[in-house]
Design a binder for this molecule. Structure first.
Ligand code: NDP
Ligand code: X2W
Length: 350
């Protein structure tokens, strides 16, 4: 039995994690932490899991050593900034932790402070954290004490760009365009900004173009693959009126000729054995809906021989592969379980 505790269980990402874990016989939920929702019943807030959970959300005191008694793993689904101390306390108590926030994703405290306008109080711990993208860092994840679960947009962008980068096809490319769309649950339950139905329904708009905080996260990972600081990412997120889902459309100027068949084969080879990556057949474009409710990642590649541009399209469910599903995948690998355990549901379509 894996005994886990969840902080931020009442949020969208945390509740998706609860939904995935209550269906597991080999996982025990020791506590479900919350802030404003503390004291309310889980099933009042999330009636979809009504019959499974009768416990209430609670305020979790991480200063109390009893909190960590018997705990094998802490999930922190807190907002960035709030997670820093929680992760450090779990680490100091010898409990492994998976952090959903961005607090431990960047290796440089200076970069973190620059993009998040928050000082990092535990800069030494950044070296301990493993970036939890299993398709790239499996071996380190197996042994990790701290997992920095990747951001939802970076998950889609990096899975789309990794094969190309690994093959050296991004070398010498000064910049790429990452045109991304996200559903509304990406903003969390505690509504950031003006996500009123009347404003977002039947509407699409870009935001934070070129200045979104996921930019350094993607660049840092790409540069690790490139072996040096090279390609810059123009990341332009858009809000679309879906509940869930991310579509990343990535545009890269090819430096040398490559055919679409060669490119597709390169992706198939790179992701051979990757349980959740589906490289689609020629002519089929990925759709958000096809992965909604699942941990799958659908990818298509295309070469425009006229313009020399490579197109890569990636879809994920932001709350599953972009958050809770990826975290469960990491947990499975950390505890020597088959990676797919509890994650094999397929998407909901229509
Ligand atoms: N939504 C998404 O698609 C994704 C989210 N993430 C990351 O996951 C984390 C959670 O995001 P999300 O679920 O969307 O956000 P929500 O706003 O929906 O949830 C935030 C959670 O944190 C709790 N919380 C906030 N402040 C405190 C505090 N001071 N003490 C204790 N609990 C607190 C809230 O409790 P309460 O509601 O009771 O106040 C709630 O449970 C973030 O770091 C986010 O960046 C990562 C990938 C994708
Ligand atoms: C639609 C929307 O608002 N999305 C959020 C994504 C937030 C998120 O989930 O952040 P992490 O993945 O870094 O944890 C945003 O753009 O800020």
């Amino acid at each position: 039995m894996i005994e886990v505790g969840i902080l931020g269980a009442s949020g969208y990402a945390g509740s998706e994690l609860v939904r995935l874990l209550v269906q597991r016989e080999d996982v025990q939920l020791n506590f479900l932490g919350a802030n404003r929702q503390a004291g309310s019943a889980v099933s009042d807030l999330y009636p979809n899991i009504y019959q499974r959970l009768i416990q209430d959300y609670e305020v979790v005191d991480l200063q109390d050593p009893k909190t960590f008694n018997g705990l094998d793993l802490l999930f922190s689904c807190l907002p960035h900034g709030q997670s820093q101390a929680a992760v450090a306390q779990a680490y100091q108590a010898g409990v492994r932790v998976i952090d959903f926030s961005a607090d431990y994703r960047l290796k440089s405290p200076k970069t973190y402070e620059g993009w998040y306008n928050t000082k990092h109080a535990y800069p030494k711990l950044l070296a301990e954290a493993v970036y939890g993208l299993i398709e790239l860092h499996r071996q380190a994840i197996e042994k990790a004490a701290i997992i920095a679960n990747p951001g939802c947009f970076p998950t889609a962008m990096l899975l789309g760009l990794a094969p190309l980068t690994q093959a050296g096809l991004l070398d010498g490319v000064p910049s790429i365009i990452a045109d991304c769309k996200s559903g509304l649950s990406g903003a969390g339950r505690n509504l950031q900004g003006h996500l009123l139905f009347t404003e977002v329904n039947e509407n699409v708009n870009p935001y934070a173009a070129g200045v979104h905080r996921h930019t350094p996260e993607v660049e840092e990972q790409l540069h690790r693959l490139q072996g040096s600081v090279q390609t810059q990412v123009n990341f332009i997120p858009h809000l679309v009126p879906t509940q869930r889902g991310i579509l990343a459309s990535l545009y890269v100027q090819a430096q040398e000729p490559i055919t679409e068949d060669e490119l597709r084969e390169m992706y198939q080879t790179f992701y051979k054995g990757a349980s959740f990556i589906r490289i689609l057949k020629e002519g089929i474009y990925p759709q958000m809906k096809a992965v909604t409710g699942s941990n799958y990642v659908d990818i298509q590649v295309q070469v425009n021989e006229r313009t020399g541009l490579i197109y890569i399209f990636v879809v994920i469910d932001n709350l599953i592969k972009g958050a809770a599903g990826q975290a469960v995948q990491n947990m499975n690998v950390m505890f020597n379980l088959p990676e797919e355990t509890g994650l094999t549901a397929i998407g909901l379509l229509p």
